[in-house]
Structures are given as structure tokens and as C-alpha cells.
Design a binder for this molecule. Structure first.
Ligand SMILES: *Cc1c(COP(=O)(O)O)cnc(C)c1O
Length: 362
């Protein structure tokens, strides 16, 4: 079998090796049932226990109380862009959007079918290279919620501290950094994330919703578009993506065994520092896309002096087993996605490769 590479793809992304091994181990017989977890009824006790345990583990890791409910949905984070305004807005109500990247913009653009969207800040004129300063954010008079994207996967920027929205519920797309660092859940009314970056494989979208916000959701929606349907039925109204949820449960267990979010945050800081240091010590050979105080611990974006050198970099890195480094077309250059599952060794290997590449081509 081919050796495993260092996988820097932005998503779907690398998973922890112990998780893949555990899944392999019980692929044919889940918990001695003689069936794969893919083959078991979602109404079985074994499956229901697994899902309940996954919810409990996630809330434990995030330090969340009983006033939050974890929902397991499908349709990706992108479906949430519409489902959120559908549930909480109406034509005479307004929601505020902080547009710091293209996913944030997509979320903003979905609102108009359901209510009013107020653009509280927009950094597109700077190609989303930074997180806005607090004084740049202009909230509307009485927003129903404030929406932001905690980590801008494409641009490599990340909110370092979340803006103060008074008592207005904050809604966050945390698709690319949920469980990578600790934060106070209190201001958040809803948090959502597609699993395929930091939580598991594609196929399940995690929605964490606070009860007081859930209570305000629009009841006049088709059944499958109501958060209430999932909340009331323990995400078992219809068939959930059972295998993806199973994989998420293994990732959460791996994270708990590792020491939890505080521990992984420290590790993520050390990993990212290796690569940012290689950028900063290159005498301008590498140019980071993100402003320094907006740098993401999850996605490191950088350019080289020419596109030719960027292509050469990708080619030679690939040959060394450093995979998935080509940046998104809207930024160009390179992007190293270094989610929780990326090892220190992977980041160190990349940083060493970067230094070596400057020495030969700088
Ligand atoms: C990847 C990503 C999305 C899109 O997720 P899908 O599950 O593909 O819909 C949305 N927001 C952020 C921040 C992302 O990184």
C-alpha cells in the first residue's frame, strides 16, 4: 500500500490516522453487531447511542450547557446560508452580515429571498486580506442576528476575538475552525460547520443551536427546512448520514483523548508558527496574503515572486509527498490547510521544504 502523504487539502481534508485505523478495525462489524455501522438501522439502539454520545462529546469539548442542542443535518454548510434566514427572518426584519470572504458573501447573498440583509462590513476591496477592526463594523438598529465566518478558509484569515454585538445572537459559520481553539459560546445563538474540514468526512453538517433562538424559528416552513424538526426528533426525523456521524464521533474521541480543545489549540499555534516563520524569514520571497494580525491557524496563504515559481513549488512539493498546496483561484499562490488532524511533523516538513526552496530559488 502507498505510504500516507502529508495532505494539505482545504477540504475534504486529512483525518487523524488513529481515526481511520479505528474505522477500518470495525468496518465489518460495528461494536460486535456483525454489521458495518453503514448497514445498521438508524432506529437501532446501537446507532442512537452513538449519536447521543457524539452530541454529548461535542458539547463537552466546547464547554456548552444544556441550553444548546446539536443537530446533524445534510446539505453542507452552504445549505445553512439559506436555512438560517429562512428560519429567523421575515420581509420586515433585518440581519447583519460581516463579509470577510467568499463564503461569508455567499451567506449574505442568500438572505434577500427571506428578509433584509444589512452589510455591516465588507473587506472585499482588499481581497479579504484582513479581519475588520471593531470601529469599522456598522451594525443596523435592531438586527435579529449577526452572521460571521470565524475562519476564512480561502483567504487564510481568522477572527481573533469576536465582535461585541450587545445581546444580539451571533451566528457563525465555523466550518473550517470549529474545535481548533477555545472560545466562549455564550454570545452564539447558532454555530454551524460542514464536517469535512476539521470534524470528519463530508456528508454531515453540524448545527449547534441555542434554545432561545430555536424558539423564535419560523414554523411555516417545509418540514425538512425547520430546525425544530431536527431538534424535536433528535436529528432522527429521517435517515441521518450515519457513517459520517460515526466518523465524527471517532474524531471527537481522538480529540478528547488528546486532551481536548485547549491542548489542540496549543498544538495548532505551534504548527502554524512553523510555516508563518518560514514566510517571515524569507526576506520577502514568500508574501503572506493575510495581514499579520488576522492570520489563520488553519489555512496559511502565501504567494511567491512569480506564478512560474509557484507552479514549480507545487510540483516539487508534490514529489516530496506534500499534497494539496495550490491556493484557491481567487487568491492564487499557495495555501497550506493545517487543520487539527495535520501533524506537527507535516508542518515541520513543509516549513523545511519552504526554506530549502528559497535557498535554491531565491
Ligand atoms: C468549505 C466551507 C463552506 C462550504 O461548505 P460545504 O459543506 O461545501 O457547503 C462554507 N463555509 C466555510 C467557512 C467553508 O470553509
Amino acid at each position: 500500500m502507498a505510504e500516507r502523504v502529508f495532505n494539505f487539502y482545504p477540504g475534504p481534508a486529512t483525518l487523524p490516522l488513529p481515526v481511520l485505523e479505528a474505522a477500518r478495525e470495525e468496518l465489518l462489524s460495528f461494536q460486535s453487531t456483525g454489521m458495518s455501522v453503514m448497514e445498521i438501522s438508524h432506529r437501532s439502539k446501537q446507532y442512537e447511542n452513538l449519536q447521543n454520545e457524539t452530541e454529548a462529546r461535542l458539547k463537552r469539548l466546547l464547554n456548552m450547557g444544556d441550553n444548546y442542542k446539536v443537530l446533524f443535518l445534510q446539505g453542507g454548510a452552504s445549505t445553512q446560508f439559506a436555512m438560517i434566514p429562512m428560519n429567523f427572518l421575515s420581509p420586515e426584519k433585518t440581519a447583519d452580515y460581516l463579509v470577510t470572504g467568499s463564503f461569508a458573501k455567499k451567506a449574505y447573498q442568500e438572505v434577500k429571498s427571506f428578509g433584509r440583509a444589512h452589510l455591516a462590513v465588507d473587506t472585499s476591496s482588499e481581497n479579504y486580506c484582513r479581519i475588520p477592526r471593531p470601529e469599522e463594523i456598522k451594525f443596523s438598529a435592531d438586527p435579529i442576528y449577526v452572521h460571521l465566518t470565524s475562519n476564512n478558509t480561502i483567504y487564510g484569515t481568522q477572527w481573533q476575538t469576536f465582535p461585541d454585538c450587545g445581546g444580539t445572537p451571533l451566528i457563525a459559520d465555523m466550518s473550517s475552525d470549529l474545535l481548533s481553539r477555545s472560545f466562549d459560546p455564550e454570545p452564539f445563538g447558532l454555530i454551524y460547520a460542514g464536517a469535512q474540514k476539521n470534524l470528519g468526512p463530508a456528508g454531515v453538517t453540524i448545527v449547534i443551536i441555542r434554545e432561545d433562538l430555536l424558539a423564535k424559528a419560523n414554523p411555516d416552513l417545509p418540514t425538512m427546512y425547520r430546525y425544530e424538526t431536527f431538534a424535536k426528533n433528535n436529528s432522527l426525523y429521517n435517515t441521518p448520514p450515519t457513517f459520517s456521524i460515526y466518523m465524527v464521533s471517532l474524531v471527537l474521541k481522538w480529540l478528547e483523548d488528546l486532551g481536548g480543545v485547549k491542548q489542540i489549540e496549543q498544538m495548532n499555534k505551534e504548527k502554524a508558527a512553523l510555516i508563518y516563520e518560514a514566510i517571515d524569514q524569507s526576506d520577502g520571497f514568500y508574501r503572506g496574503h493575510a495581514e499579520k494580525n488576522s492570520r489563520s491557524l488553519m489555512n496559511v496563504t502565501f504567494r511567491l515572486p512569480s506564478e512560474e515559481l509557484e507552479n514549480k513549488f507545487v510540483q516539487e512539493a508534490t514529489a516530496e509527498g506534500l499534497i494539496g498546496l495550490k491556493g484557491h483561484r481567487s487568491v492564487g499562490g499557495l495555501r497550506a490547510s493545517i487543520y487539527n488532524a495535520m501533524s506537527y511533523e507535516g508542518c515541520k516538513t513543509l516549513a523545511d521544504f519552504m526554506k530549502d526552496f528559497v535557498a535554491k530559488n531565491g
